[in-house]
Design a protein around this ligand. Structure first.
Ligand code: NAD
Ligand code: ZN
Length: 381
């Protein structure tokens, strides 16, 4: 089969690889029809995730058609159209039983924090991902979810990560009716978090980024008030001015350790020095939220993202919540939101790309070229 192939930092290309096979009776093989590139893939692409091995196939946001199932799989059969959550979850461990599918122990027993994730390095279990014609899906009775007949697969593929992550960001924010919510990052995740903030009763939604085309998109789609952080001297002072000098009720970090390096460049411009993988958006979130407020983190931080103003967390009495999205837990209500038209995921897709052009697609998404918001690969077209 053809599959994306990681060749080292900044290098992904398409290669011919052996077809995946059933390795366990609970596995399925899925023939991939759509596979996105995610901001999380950029951390891998830039070599920021430990134990990312050359030859790995990335891709944790995909949907497709079941090709084959193992002898113990009961809920799926060949020919089923499924969307596959990015978390690999056994469905039976202590954490899965609590709905913490992103923290499954069985799928990644070596790790103390994260569960298994498709195509996300050996730190997340070493599973190959879905930027390929075929993919092996472990615990196939647990994650894969039938795509309803009425649903466009372009919407379905975004339910594997971006929509649930944005939704969970808003949910973890504990938004109360009328709250002012500030979202840092106007990537697909931040845009979706801002959109979902309204569903939880926000009264005002503000989105911060530096890419004007993304801010324009957020202004229309979320809809949100938008600001370019390159034009802001002091973020906390700025947000306070917008909020009667109190600060925001909820701040959401949808950036994480900045894979594209944009935040690092900005801080260097202001004569501050932070290392790659630094925590600038998180500083801004902590310092811009009001006393007693909530900071919700969905941006992913690598090992160096630990320069956090923890003293301010204490002195302001903040609640900080963070996690990988538990996709499976959220799917029933998200499918309902899509059916009712309250969320229109596929509007985020700006580029539909053949698998063969995966290398160019990574470059475009990483460098924010051609007004790219969400690129989707179409293997088996
Ligand atoms: P993306 O790279 O497309 O978007 C990130 C955006 O943040 C960019 O538009 C960038 O210009 C902007 N940005 C950079 N520095 C900023 C700053 N200091 N303040 C405000 N904006 C800033 O990525 P994405 O696909 O939207 O993903 C966003 C983050 O969410 C990534 O860290 C990704 O790994 C993470 N993520 C987490 C989960 C989860 O389950 N927790 C799931 C998916 C993605
Ligand atoms: Zn993702």
């Amino acid at each position: 089969m053809l599959a994306a192939d990681y060749r080292g930092p900044g290098r992904v290309r398409v290669s011919s690889k052996p077809d995946p096979v059933i390795q366990h009776p609970r596995d399925a093989i899925v023939r991939v029809t759509r596979s996105c590139i995610c901001g999380s893939d950029l951390h891998l692409y830039h070599g920021l995730v430990p134990d990312t091995r050359v030859g790995m196939t990335f891709g944790h946001e995909f949907c497709g058609i079941v090709e084959e199932v193992g002898s113990e799989v009961q809920n799926l059969k060949p020919g089923d159209h499924v969307l596959v959550p990015f978390n690999i979850a056994c469905g039976q461990c202590h954490f899965c039983k609590q709905g913490l599918f992103g923290n499954c122990h069985e799928s990644n027993p070596q790790a103390t924090a994260v569960g298994g994730i498709f195509g996300y390095s050996h730190t997340a279990g070493g599973y190959d991902g879905g930027q390929a014609e075929y993919v092996r899906v472990p615990y196939a009775d647990v994650g894969p979810t039938l795509i309803p007949d009425w649903m466009d697969p372009d919407d379905a593929v975004l339910l594997t990560d971006v929509v649930p992550t944005g939704y969970q960001a808003a949910e973890m924010g504990g938004i109360q009716m009328g709250d002012t919510v500030v979202v840092f990052g106007a990537g697909p995740v931040g845009i979706m978090a801002a959109r979902c903030a309204w569903l939880f009763g926000a009264g005002r939604v503000i989105v911060i980024d530096r890419e004007e085309y993304r801010l324009d998109f957020a202004r229309r789609y979320c809809p949100a008030e938008v600001y370019n952080f390159e034009e802001i001297e002091d973020m906390a002072v700025f947000i306070k001015k917008l909020t009667d000098h109190l600060g925001a009720d909820v701040c959401i970090d949808a950036v994480g350790g900045d894979a594209s390096g944009s935040a690092i460049r900005t801080l260097l411009g202001k004569k501050l020095k932070l290392e790659a993988g630094s925590s600038i958006p998180l500083h801004w979130a902590i310092n811009s939220v009001k006393k007693g407020g909530i900071v919700s983190i969905v941006g992913v931080y690598g090992p160096t993202g630990n320069m956090i103003p923890i003293g301010n967390v204490l002195n302001k009495g903040l609640t900080v919540r963070a996690n990988q999205a538990s996709v499976k837990r959220l799917l029933p209500r998200l499918i309902e939101h899509v059916r009712e038209g309250r969320i229109n995921p596929k509007e985020l897709i700006t580029h539909r790309v053949p698998l063969e052009d995966v290398g160019d697609a990574y470059h475009m998404f990483s460098a924010k070229l051609d007004e790219c918001i969400k690129p989707v690969l179409y293997p088996n077209r």
